[in-house]
Every structure is written in structure tokens, then in C-alpha cells.
Design a binder for this molecule. Sequence first.
Ligand SMILES: Nc1ncnc2c1ncn2[C@@H]1O[C@H](COP(=O)(O)OP(=O)(O)O)[C@@H](O)[C@H]1O
Ligand SMILES: C=C(OP(=O)(O)O)C(=O)O
Ligand SMILES: [K+]
Ligand SMILES: [Mg+2]
Length: 591
Amino acid sequence: MSQSLKFFTPSRSPYLTISKLPATSYTRFPVINLPSKKHSITITKSLSSDLDATSSQVLASGNGQSGVSGVLSADNVGSVLSHAPSDSGAAAIEVDAVTEAELKENGFRSTRRTKLVCTIGPATCGFEQLEALAVGGMNVARINMCHGTREWHQRVIERVRRLNEEKGFAVAIMMDTEGSEIHMGDLGGAASAKAEDGEIWTFSVRAFGSPRPERTINVNYDGFAEDVKVGDELLVDGGMVRFEVIEKIGPDVKCRCTDPGLLLPRANLTFWRDGSLVRERNAMLPTISSKDWLDIDFGIAEGVDFIAISFVKSAEVINHLKSYIAARSRGSDIAVIAKIESIDSLKNLEDIIQASDGAMVARGDLGAQIPLEQVPSAQQRIVQLCRQLNKPVIVASQLLESMIEYPTPTRAEVADVSEAVRQRADALMLSGESAMGQFPEKALAVLRSVSVRIEKWWREEKRHEAMELPDVGTSFADSISEEICNSAAKMANNLEVDALFVYTKTGHMASLLSRCRPDCPIFAFTTTTSVRRRLNLQWGLIPFRLSFSDDMESNLNKTFSLLKARGMIKSGDLVIAVSDMLQSIQVMNVP
Ligand SMILES: Nc1ncnc2c1ncn2[C@@H]1O[C@H](COP(=O)(O)OP(=O)(O)O)[C@@H](O)[C@H]1O
Ligand SMILES: C=C(OP(=O)(O)O)C(=O)O
Ligand SMILES: [K+]
Ligand SMILES: [Mg+2]
């Protein structure tokens, strides 16, 4: 015999949770791909007898409202129970279905702590492709203004927004500027061009007609022909292809290919003389070009969450941009990420990171400016400094480069990803793998599984590197917050608690806890969707949106009942709670 129950769930949820009252034990039934907001669930006789149907509660765990649909009893099993969308908005808690399912399936300990950034390109710009990435663990979608049109990027932003609204995700958007380093043109629409050993190619500032003549490359800056000398070595993408300058004819520079390879549209160009990088011209180019300013205006108008600035040379440009954003984006706070990818940025590293809201180890261009063998130590230094200064840090470029073409990574790539996770970077980033590769979801799955495995191994081995965390607070109140977070994280490790809870309006307390890299996950409750999205870049934070008051007692009770109702925590779980509002540490078992 089948019984049919109707219930309301505000969004697609992967589970129907049925619990006995009081909510001590749960039985969950996967309900994948629920089609609409009203769902009809069929409960079979054996299932309803399992329920001991005297007083069991049916909970549809979705996003937003808890979705309690009714109480099953011997006589109402089978009756249609419906729960109208309530006006209980104030009681709602927002978390995405993937995090929720992960917490329920694997428990607190095995949630992933390292965050994942995916560059969106032709391979991943459709709504379904974006959804697949979100389901696969994408925390931040990056759009690279080097490529595509503003209209193209706008459509991606709109789709990510829709995904967040409809499915409860908190995928943040990071806009990455083009910057004004020297690069090639776009190959007249071709996806790539092959340069063979010994071929003569012409690099020129002249705009070539269409179709582009064979073996010609457009270069984006006017002084190119004056600046290079016969004998210079020209490196595409840091050495993926090499040429030697053999002749200059007006604006045209003739070069012989010495290391063959694939030329990609808008690839970065550097030139070397007597073994050193020629940087005079780059040093004169502005970090933020006039095109970049227009892109930044676009980003502000679109309300992106992060703006990543390419080829940062000094802290001044970051300060300038931050005041520009503050003057233009009333209230909405866009975080500025400094991309560390030039020699100058390494020279002024501490000042740049201090001025920024986060940093990216942009290994692609960095590896074209410093010898490759120096990139790993630069990465380690940047990651460590960011942690000390309490700024999120992203490790980017070529993590799984071979997966652009192949469905499995190389062993060396897995080791590279592991190293970034072991360094406890906040986030890992996919570039070509997700933008134009053949296996974007598989690449993301590799980042996810390697992260979870390495994090677990590290915890089991109890190899906490006791990193010295210098004080970052500038006021006495900040120092108190910092001490509270340091102590709470230490207590959480020593007492082996299940989760840290932090109630934070600005997100600052959450970042201070994240900085300690505790063993347990950090549930970060915040009142706005924009802060929730921004927290999604930081290590170990599970961001929830929840409206809360200054009364911690009532906040905790409300959170416990909402999370219990959705099966995300249970009675007896041990948590430590801290908040922006009350300078205290509370340790308690979930009632
Ligand atoms: N919006 C886009 N439109 C078209 N192609 C893109 C886009 N974004 C990225 N790509 C492709 O993905 C590749 C890798 O992306 P990324 O690493 O961000 O850029 P780059 O190679 O310029 O540093 C790019 O070289 C380009 O071929
Ligand atoms: C992330 C990087 O920047 P982009 O992809 O914009 O060149 C890099 O150079 O590693
Ligand atoms: K860029
Ligand atoms: Mg770069």
C-alpha cells in the first residue's frame, strides 16, 4: 500500500527527512531532482510502519523555511499534508543543498575546508554547466576580463545570480582585470595557432586584415618594435613557445621560432636580453588601464563580490581602487584581491597584502617573470604572509593543466594540489581547465577529493604546524575579538568539539576563526547575502544567512532548532559559539 504526502519545500532539496518526536533519530530518504515547489512524496507501507506512525514529524529539508509539513499519526498517514509558504522569513536559514547534504552524509569532520574557484569560459557558461560546477563544489566563479565581451560576462553573472536565488547557493563572483602587460592579439577568432621549429613569424602592432595572414601575430602595445632588439628572446606564456628576434622592419618584428608550441589567443609576451627580463616598458604601463577602469565600473554596477587586480606593483594602486569603489558602490562592499604575478609585487609584498582584502598567487605570469624554480618558494611565502595578515589567499594556474585535454590528472599535478592544501591556502583555482577544457567537472572533482583527503590526513596526523599568528587588531576591541577567536579555536581542538559557531555581521570574526585553521568546521552565521557570499572564499567557513539579534541565548536556540529540524546537527553535538555582539565564548551541547 502506498501513502501519499504532499509537503512544501521552498527549494530543491536532496533529502526528505523524517524524524520521530522528539527529534532524536532521523531517517532520510533521498529525493533527488524535485521538480517544483510543491512535491508529492509517496511513502510506502513498510516505510510508514518504520515510522512508528504515532507521532512522527515529516520534515522537508530545503532552503529557507524549515518546511515542517505536519505530524504523522496513525490516522493521518496518507492524508494530504500541505504547508503553505509561511511568513516565517525571519526564522529562515539559508544554506545550499550541497553543503547540507555533505554535512548530513559525512558529518562535521569530513566537510571540505579548502575553497574552490572556477574560471568561467565557453566550456562552462551555460546555466546547467554552472549548476553542475556549483553542485561539484565551486565556491567562487571567476570571470577573466582578458577574454569575452562585457555582455558575455554579464550573462554569466546573471546566471550565477539565478543559481544562487533558485537553489540557495552562495557562489561569489570574482572579476579579474586584464591589466596592461604586453600580450598578443586574439588570433582573429582562431582557438590557437601552432608555431613550428625554425618558422619565421611576424609580430607587429599593425592590425592585420581578416583572415589573418599566415604566421602573423598582433601585439597590444605601440612601442614594441622600438623596445625589442635583434637577438632578444621573445617568450610566449612564460616559455610555452619561444622566438628569437632576427630583424626589425618598421612596425614589424621578424622572429624565428626556437621552441615550438601552441599559441593561444591573447597570450602574455615577455622579452629577455642577456638572460634577464626586459621590464622597462612594463614598469611604465599603468596597473589599471583605461579599459580596466571601464571593466571595474561594470563590476561595480553588476555588484560583483571580488575584483582581482592583475600585475599589481604597489599598495598605492590598491588603496586608490578601494577608495574609488567606496565612493561609487554605496554600501555594497567589494573586496579587492591583489594578484601577485610580477617581480614588483614580490618586492612590495607585505604592503600590497596589507592594503588588499586578499591575494592570489598567479603562478602563470609569475612563472614568466621569475625563474620557474623560484615559484614554489614564492607561493609558500605569499600563502604564509596572507595567513599572518588575515587575508584570504588563492593558489592559481596550472594546478591540473593536463586535464584541459585528459580526464585524469598527472601524479605531479595531484602532488601540486596537495601541497597547496597542505600549506592551508584558502582556495584553489581552475583556469583553462574549467574555462575551455574538456573536463571541467572532473577537474573540479579532483580538487575536491584531493582537498578532503589531504585535510583529513593532516588532521589525523595532528600535524598542526604551530604557525605564529601575529596580532592584527588595530584597536582594543579588535584585539579582544582576536584573542577570543584564537582561544575559541584552541579550545575547539583540545575539546574536540564538533563545530565552531560564529555570529558575525561584517564577517570579521569569521575570518579570525578561519585564520586559526581549526580541526572542526566553522558555521558562520551572517545577516546579509553579500557577506555570506564573500565568506565563501575563506578556509573552513560554512556560511549561512540568518537574521539574528543581539541576544545570543535566543540566537543559539533559534539556530539549534533550525539546524536540528534540517538534520544538520543533533542533540548532544558539542559546539563552541562566539559572536561580534557579545565578547564571550560559549561551550555547550546541542540540547
Ligand atoms: N570569457 C572567455 N571567453 C573565451 N575564452 C575564455 C574566456 N575565459 C577564459 N577563456 C579561455 O580559457 C583560457 C584560460 O583562462 P585564463 O587562465 O583565465 O586566461 P589566460 O590564459 O589569458 O591567463 C584562456 O586562455 C582562454 O582561451
Ligand atoms: C591567474 C593568472 O592571471 P591570468 O589568468 O589573468 O593571466 C596568472 O597569471 O596565473
Ligand atoms: K586577467
Ligand atoms: Mg596573469
